[in-house]
Design a protein around this ligand. Structure first.
Ligand code: URA
Ligand code: URA
Length: 249
């Protein structure tokens, strides 16, 4: 790599760690006016207006170990050593995600909870049991689905992941999706949906449409933990996962 490129990379990495806008990624389509974030779990801690989660050009980061990871296991090995954000400090285990490398459906949640942190496996607590049932209802045994989260380490007290934590962790998710090349992505909850779709729109407004992430259809639905609190959302969730199922068929 030339000195200029090395310098550019270092600069971008610094900007990224500082939570700044690493590059101008195109027209300011995300520059919605700043809106007050409600103190509930409706939406993730979002980047400042105009800042995009879209990583800089693949070429600039070509030597990045995450984008070079050749297998899901290699991604998980990098996650296991990761100290790119403060969430590493409190973790018992990293939770990279699990499932077959030929999975056609990828489920993306928010981040590990207590049981996930203890076991290193995604969605194994109460919300996970419900996810397993939801997948069973569309004839998808959990073992055939790749299940992961936006952040791979547990946020303390299960708080929402913060923007810089998401930004630090996102390359892992992006690489997992690149390697898996799934037919459909199911984004569960506001954090997964807003992160993957790089938007501030509410979960409610994102449902009922087929979105795309790098060309892959994305269906947005409620988070299973939200369903445990609000059984009224079960019916719409079933509708959403049926759409995902149809896209798989
Ligand atoms: N909630 C999530 O978002 N992910 C898990 O892995 C478990 C609970
Ligand atoms: N808000 C969320 O973040 N998730 C849900 O599932 C519902 C509302």
């Amino acid at each position: 790599m030339s000195d200029g490129r090395a310098l550019a990379r270092e600069y971008l990495e610094q900007q990224r760690l500082l939570g700044g806008n690493p590059v101008v990624t195109g027209p300011a389509s995300h520059a919605a006016p700043p809106t007050a974030q409600p103190p509930d779990r409706q939406s993730a801690d979002l980047p400042p207006p105009g800042v995009s989660y879209d990583p800089p050009s693949a070429d600039l980061f070509a030597a990045d170990p995450v984008s070079q990871a050749a297998t899901l296991q290699a991604v998980a090995a990098l996650v296991a050593e990761c100290t790119k954000c403060r969430l590493c400090e409190g973790r018992a285990n990293t939770v990279p995600g699990e499932g077959p490398d030929d999975a056609r459906l990828v489920v993306v949640g928010e981040g590990p909870g207590r049981v996930e942190d203890e076991t290193g496996r995604p969605f194994v607590g109460k919300a996970g049991e419900l996810l397993t049932k939801i997948l069973g209802a569309i004839d998808l045994p959990r073992e055939r689905v790749f299940i992961c989260n936006v952040v791979k380490c547990r946020p303390p007290e299960n708080r929402l992941p913060q923007y810089d934590e998401i930004a630090a962790c996102l390359p892992y998710l992006h690489r997992q999706v690149e390697l898996l090349k799934p037919k459909v992505i199911l984004a569960m909850g506001g954090t997964a949906a807003q992160t993957l779709l790089d938007t501030r729109q509410s979960l409610g407004s994102l449902r009922n449409q087929v979105h795309r992430f790098r060309g892959i259809p994305v269906i947005v639905t409620y988070h299973p933990a939200a369903l445990l609190r609000n059984p009224n959302w079960k019916r719409p969730t079933w509708d959403d996962v049926r759409i995902a199922r149809r896209l798989l068929d």
